[in-house]
Design a protein around this ligand. Structure first.
Ligand SMILES: Cc1cc2nc3c(=O)[nH]c(=O)nc-3n(C[C@H](O)[C@H](O)[C@H](O)COP(=O)(O)OP(=O)(O)OC[C@H]3O[C@@H](n4cnc5c(N)ncnc54)[C@H](O)[C@@H]3O)c2cc1C
Length: 392
């Protein structure tokens, strides 16, 4: 009698790479997805620039992750592995000016997905759409399809169920209750890579970008671009600081350095001739139009005092009142605790059931690190299964 298939739940980046690697080695793979189409979040990630990974050296790269367990997995299947994997599938990539890796110009996210799905079909992977996993035990998985309940046996079960944001893509985190009911420890899902709601109403600046600023919280500083919105601020430095500010009680004050290339004393020196503040800001300090508009939020006593104004330019306070609602953020922190998993990402309570992707308890900033860890964990589990099992 032939063995039951490897069953994978979820067609995210993590599930798809696992399916592809296993099928390529001759394993029978069945994938179940609750949506009627594959990888909706993968496609959403493609909307604002499809940042698949990052080109930085691997030792720097792994420091972007908060947990040693995921760092090890990313080191195993690293950014170069992702690039090679994509290139071998026939998806050329290029390095953007920021070091981020994208599909080559002209290749749309849907085309990347189509190539992956075609490879899966060619290697015999069956994807069943509209099937929702509602339970699993040591031998089989229970699915719901058009209101019917059915049970299917598995040889190994790989769960790539995603995090808890953008639930309309299918990443609805309903698995959290199922796991908790089974006594599996889950770190509460929280917004990550979230925008900040601010006390000051910056809506008059909505859409305006501040480039090359430093955003600071305690000993943490991140350089980059921030964007003003109707509710506060967004942008890479904002996302970077999420993990450091989340555990503190709100409100929290962050500081913007609008002129990072100048020391405080140099800004003070330029401002000494206070009769021409506006022109000094523009012509001497070369602040951007948006930064100059931001100085209008300062009170008159600050704006007209060179010492205070210099301090405000180097340390412009932004009071953050809360994070954005979890459903609208880019990713979620929290998930299946590594304590519940063996080194191979197999649930200790359910040997033969593996967890991959964003549903694991790790976090990282934007910049390609999220998809990379999903690819890495999917590859890690697939390779483990390949090394410890025979295909037929
Ligand atoms: C707006 C936005 C932009 C992003 N941009 C980037 C970027 O540029 N670079 C980057 O690295 N990352 C980016 N990300 C993050 C990245 O897309 C995710 O981290 C990654 O796609 C998660 O992949 P995953 O495989 O873990 O799960 P997901 O892609 O979330 O897939 C999980 C799948 O499981 C299915 N599923 C869940 N429960 C069940 C069930 N019970 N039964 C059956 N199926 C189920 C879901 O329907 C879904 O299809 C972005 C995210 C968003 C929201």
């Amino acid at each position: 009698m032939s063995k039951p298939p490897i069953v994978i739940i979820g067609t995210g980046a993590a599930g798809l790479i696992a399916a592809q690697r296993l099928a390529k080695s001759g394993f029978k793979v069945h994938v179940y997805e609750q949506n009627k189409a594959a990888a909706r979040k993968f496609l959403v990630a493609g909307h604002g620039g499809f940042n698949l990974t990052h080109s930085e050296d691997i030792d720097t790269f792994v420091q972007r992750y908060d947990k040693i367990e995921i760092q090890k997995i990313v080191k195993y299947f690293d950014n170069q592995s992702t690039i090679a994997w994509l290139n071998n599938l026939g998806i050329p990539t290029f390095i953007g000016s920021s070091g981020k890796i994208f599909p080559a110009k002209g290749i749309k996210p849907i085309q990347v997905l189509q190539v992956i799905l075609r490879k899966l079909a060619d290697s015999g992977v069956k994807i069943h759409y509209g099937y929702r996993m509602i339970d699993f035990d040591e031998e089989s998985v229970t699915l719901s399809y058009k209101g019917e309940r059915l049970q299917t046996p598995y040889q190994k079960l790989i769960l790539g169920l995603g995090g808890g944001s953008w639930s309309k893509t299918g990443s609805d985190a309903k698995w959290v209750d199922l796991f908790r009911a089974k006594g599996i420890k889950i770190s509460t899902l929280q917004p990550a890579n979230s925008g900040f709601n601010t006390k000051t109403d910056f809506s008059i600046l909505a859409g305006q970008v501040l480039k090359n600023i430093h955003l600071k919280f305690a000993e943490h500083t991140k350089t980059g671009e921030i964007v003003f919105t109707s509710y506060g601020i967004e942008g890479a430095p904002v996302y970077y600081l999420n993990r450091f500010i989340r555990q503190n009680p709100f409100p929290i004050t962050l500081f913007l350095d609008l002129k990072p290339s100048y020391a405080l004393e140099s800004v003070e020196k330029e401002l000494e001739n206070k009769a021409h503040i506006a022109s000094i800001l523009k012509d001497k300090l070369k602040l951007s139009q948006t930064a100059i508009l931001l100085t209008k939020f300062m009170d008159k006593a600050t704006y007209t005092n060179p010492i205070k104004l210099a301090q405000a330019i180097k340390n412009f306070p932004i009071e953050v009142t809360s994070l954005r609602p979890i459903d609208e953020v880019i990713s979620t922190a929290g998930g299946v605790s590594f304590e519940e998993l063996s080194d191979s990402l197999e649930l200790k309570k359910y040997p033969a059931v593996f967890c991959v992707g964003e549903m694991l308890d790790w976090e990282a900033p934007t910049g390609g690190y999220l998809l990379q860890a999903c690819f890495s964990s999917g590859a890690w589990v697939a390779d483990y299964i390949k090394q410890h099992n025979t295909a037929s």
